[in-house]
Design a protein around this ligand. Structure first.
Ligand code: NAP
Length: 244
């Protein structure tokens, strides 16, 4: 056990893929869960149902577009009213709008930056007050090896994920004196809906550990960072070695 029992975690994009696995991992450790999702209410309700039934924790879904500053503000207020407080924030919601830079539509660049990077800022901006009142807080941002290495065809996505690393380190420095930690996890290729079309990507043959990762691999790293009281400003690669 990781000594997280009784805490509350807000997991964005907690309705599917990596976020779903993070929600179950926390729930299995006795952590209450606020599942923030974009559009798929059924999936979010299913995750919350499993957290409550299998692990006996409180779990509530919140429909919220993380890219919208005021919507996030209202959602954080609802979470605070429902749970009283929260001590963990996982910024996991993310999208891809891939394309070559010479042909990329402005709206695809903006949508990716607004969800992946500004979404994390919006959540941190509004959750920080909750953490300061709780005198405790831990933020984990889900970046990507694309933000470390770059990736042809993903200039918007890689820029958003590289930005998330700068955000992580700056927030870590700013909030460390208040006892609030901020770290990032950088997944490689993980089997989810997002990578469904990637099964014949030639980059897969370059993974030293020889296979794609599972959402649970990322969830384990997130749970470790949530409990690692002396770790802040770190970017933990969980990528089968592809970005070493
Ligand atoms: P996924 O299966 O496509 O799930 C994405 C999640 O984000 C869904 O729960 C979705 O909710 C939510 N979401 C999307 N836009 C949102 C918005 N504007 N507001 C609130 N929620 C929103 O993705 P995944 O593969 O699990 O990826 C999770 C995170 O890991 C992402 O940040 C991704 O960039 C990162 N990552 C993934 C991989 C990989 O190989 N899979 C590798 C590196 C990094 P709805 O379904 O309700 O829309």
């Amino acid at each position: 056990m990781l000594n997280l029992k009784g805490k509350t975690a807000v997991v964005t994009g907690g309705s599917r893929g990596i976020g779903e696995a993070i929600a179950y991992k926390f729930a299995s450790e006795g952590v209450n869960i606020a599942v923030v999702y974009g559009g798929n209410a059924q999936a979010a309700e299913k995750v919350c149902g499993k957290c409550a039934e299998e692990y006996g924790v409180k779990a509530i879904p919140y429909q919220c577009d993380v890219s919208k500053f005021d919507v996030v503000k209202e959602t954080v207020a609802k979470i605070k009213s429902d749970f009283g407080s929260a001590q963990i924030l996982v910024n996991n919601a993310g999208i891809t709008r891939d394309g070559l830079v010479a042909m990329m539509k402005e709206e695809d660049f903006d949508a990716t930056l607004n969800t992946n990077l500004k979404g994390a800022f919006n959540m941190i901006r509004h959750m920080t007050g909750v953490f300061l009142r709780a005198k405790e807080g831990c933020i984990i941002n889900i970046t990507s090896v694309a933000g470390i290495m770059g990736n042809a065809g993903q200039s918007n996505y890689a820029a958003s994920k590289a930005g998330l690393i700068g955000l992580t380190k700056s927030v870590a420095k700013e909030l460390a004196p208040r006892g609030i930690r901020c770290n990032a996890v950088a997944p490689g290729f993980i089997k989810t809906d997002m990578t469904e079309a990637q099964t014949d990507n030639p980059l897969l043959s370059m993974i030293p550990l020889g296979e794609m990762g599972k959402p649970e691999d990322i969830a384990e790293a997130v749970a470790y960072l949530a409990s690692a009281g002396y770790v802040t400003g770190e970017v933990l690669r969980v990528d089968g070695g592809i970005a070493m």
